[in-house]
Design a protein around this ligand. Structure first.
Ligand SMILES: Cc1cc2nc3c(=O)[nH]c(=O)nc-3n(C[C@H](O)[C@H](O)[C@H](O)COP(=O)(O)OP(=O)(O)OC[C@H]3O[C@@H](n4cnc5c(N)ncnc54)[C@H](O)[C@@H]3O)c2cc1C
Length: 590
């Protein structure tokens, strides 16, 4: 049997999990402290120089059922989602989510970060306008519109602003402020102008000049070893899902200075629990000795509930579907175009027109009584917070061959601050055992009310887009016979056409539908929250795990409260801030 990597007995720093935030921190520290030996152990495969992680347009391929770069976490069936076993994906490769995500560039509201009482470093180069004071100009990650902006994106922006008269167009909706709300815009992407994914490994790790930074793939961390209240190392085994014939014995590697857990919101709480750090009842049930009782571990699970609904568009409108359905020759041509000039479909993500939507005061009654508590607790006093982030993908999220041969687009609505919460715990000490996962989606009726509103707003807008050719009803609520919402339309209605009059039965049909179809955004967070211990916290403001010395967590599990944006930006911010904290503790700076 071959050993895939030669791992020494001891390093200065060990990162358990090589995802987005962890790789940012490891890369920054390796550059600032070249004499420091840093080990990063990632259970998934390497992404180095692999086209599927570099060509922006290949994002859709990672979602294939046969994927080796995404892990699907299966939740318990729940009545709140019509008895479905809710499935949540996360990146499972070097760079984690950064290497497989949709690359939507979306930054949270300032008040989201204020709630954490934290500030963050700068990782980006905003190629759209490098002089803009609200964006970075010399960070390693490039932000642009990619190689092309779709006609659908332009239609959504223009038609949206004409139809929703109090929601105009804007060029900038990522400035952290009130001005970024209720404007239609073209969403930037974590894609460079030459069509490359701005992932973390190719920009912080693989290009790092440190000779003492070691990033090993296919290596599963079983647990952190804690001796006398101090984290001294970890136990690991090679992962046969990546290195098929690797030996399976459990090995140990020691950390001289620090162990950093960076296994993501769906991995870090499990790793802590396998190490004896967590809720007493959970550890005892799994037969694990309690090292430190930390009741918050694995609680407070959050994501952004995600609704996507299909519409039929003009066959001439350019969408991803034509390439997804096309022959190898067309694929070959598209690859060549990207190789030669970084242009064409492989340099873009086809998610363009967008809005961060917040109800105007006169719209609040449309959301109904179930929503009021969420509004009052989270949004009312923070005008920079949107309720819903909405966009459209010019194409089908998945394999279009399962759909009729029509040209489809999908509207996308993400709920920014869900009131629902879930939990995630180990079921056994075996790192490969399925966890005990209750994602909790739609368990609070406020979330259903918010998404019902989003559905209705979307229906009205999409039926006015110039390219609209109909609602694809199998992917929409089953409205009662005679409902205005059930009427077939095959062409766009005028901007000033009467709006659909929604009945109480229509609302019921939408609610049933939401429970059947609402899914995850892949934005898992909050399972090892940075909060005071007595409020369910797992780490303090320096990211130290309570009750253990020399152990930190660096990933989105530390989010104390949600952010209303796609979460890559928040993960980068956590990674950058962690690098600052650790550098200071090492007596230097990054
Ligand atoms: C399908 C999808 C699409 C997305 N699209 C977007 C988007 O368009 N825009 C956006 O802003 N955000 C997007 N996101 C979200 C964003 O990418 C993630 O929130 C972010 O990357 C998470 O970073 P993290 O550091 O918390 O964890 P991750 O990046 O998930 O890293 C955790 C890593 O730890 C590894 N790991 C876990 N357990 C172990 C173990 N025991 N031993 C060793 N390694 C382990 C995992 O394999 C993984 O690589 C998307 C996410 C998904 C899943």
């Amino acid at each position: 049997m071959t050993t895939p990597h030669t791992i020494q007995a001891e390093y200065d720093l060990i990162f358990a999990g090589g995802g987005t935030a962890a790789c940012v921190t490891a890369g920054r520290l390796a550059t600032a402290f070249p004499a420091l030996s840093i080990l990063v152990l990632e259970c998934g495969p390497t992404t180095k120089d692999k086209k599927e992680h570099i060509q922006a347009g290949q994002w859709i391929t990672h979602l294939a059922p046969t994927t080796k770069t995404i892990q699907f976490h299966i939740g318990k069936p729940s009545e709140h989602v019509a008895g479905r076993p809710f499935v949540v994906p996360s990146g499972r490769c070097v760079g984690g989510g950064s290497s497989i995500n949709f690359m939507v560039y979306n930054r949270p509201a300032a008040s989201d970060f204020d709630a954490w009482e934290a500030d963050f470093g700068n990782a980006e180069t905003y190629e759209i306008d490098p002089k803009k004071s609200t964006h970075g100009s010399d960070g390693p990650l490039k932000v642009s519109f990619g190689s092309e902006v779709t006609q659908l994106g332009k239609e959504l922006k223009e038609t949206g602003a004409k139809f929703e008269k109090n929601r105009p167009e804007s060029d900038e909706c990522n400035a952290f402020d009130v001005e970024s709300i209720n404007k239609f815009f073209i969403m930037p992407k974590w894609i460079s102008k030459d069509g490359r994914r701005s992932d973390i490994p190719h920009n912080y790790i693989y290009n790092n000049s440190s000779k003492k930074l070691f990033v090993f793939d296919g290596t599963l961390v079983n647990r952190v070893i804690v001796e006398d209240g101090v984290a001294v190392g970890i136990e690991y085994q090679f992962d046969n899902r990546v290195h098929e014939s690797a030996p399976q014995d459990i090995r140990v590697v020691k950390a001289r200075k620090l162990v950093v857990v960076g296994a993501g919101a769906l991995g870090s709480p499990l790793l802590l629990e396998r190490s004896g750090l967590g809720r007493k009842d959970v550890l005892e049930k799994a037969g694990i000795a309690v090292v430190a009782e930390i009741p918050g571990v694995g609680e407070n699970y959050q994501d952004h509930a995600f609704l996507y609904t299909p519409y039929i568009v003009d066959p001439e409108l350019k969408t991803m579907n034509s390439l997804l359905r096309s022959d190898p020759a067309t694929w070959g041509q598209t690859f060549r175009e990207w190789e030669e000039s970084g242009t064409g479909q492989l340099g873009a993500n086809y998610i363009d027109g967008a809005i961060k939507m917040r109800p105007h005061p006169e719209e609040l009654p449309e959301l109904g009584p179930d929503f009021l508590e969420l509004w009052n607790s989270t949004l009312a006093n923070h005008p920079d917070k949107p309720l819903i982030w909405a966009s459209a993908v010019a194409g089908t999220l998945g394999d279009p061959s399962s759909l009729p041969n029509l040209n489809f687009i999908f509207s996308m609505s993400l709920l920014g601050y869900p009131a629902s919460r879930g939990r995630l715990h180990i079921s056994s000490s075996d790192p490969l055992a399925a966890p005990d996962f209750e994602p909790g989606f739609l368990s609070n009726p406020a979330d259903v009310a918010a998404l019902r509103w989003a559905y209705k707003k979307g229906r009205e807008l999409y039926r006015r887009l110039p390219s609209f050719r109909g609602v694809f009803f199998p992917g929409h609520p089953k409205f009662p016979a005679g409902s205005a919402a059930a009427v077939e339309e095959t062409a766009p209605v005028p901007l000033d056409a009467p709006k659909i009059m929604w009945s109480a039965e229509d609302d019921k049909a939408i609610d049933v539908f939401l429970r059947q179809v609402v899914t995850t955004s892949g934005h898992s967070a909050g399972t090892c929250a940075m909060k005071p211990f007595d409020k369910g916290g797992v780490v303090d403001s320096k990211l130290n795990v309570y009750g253990v010395k020399k152990l930190k967590i660096v990933d989105l599990s530390i989010l104390p409260s949600n952010v209303n944006s796609n979460t890559y930006s928040a993960a980068i911010a956590v990674g950058e801030k962690a690098a600052v904290i650790i550098a200071e503790e090492l007596g230097g700076s990054v």
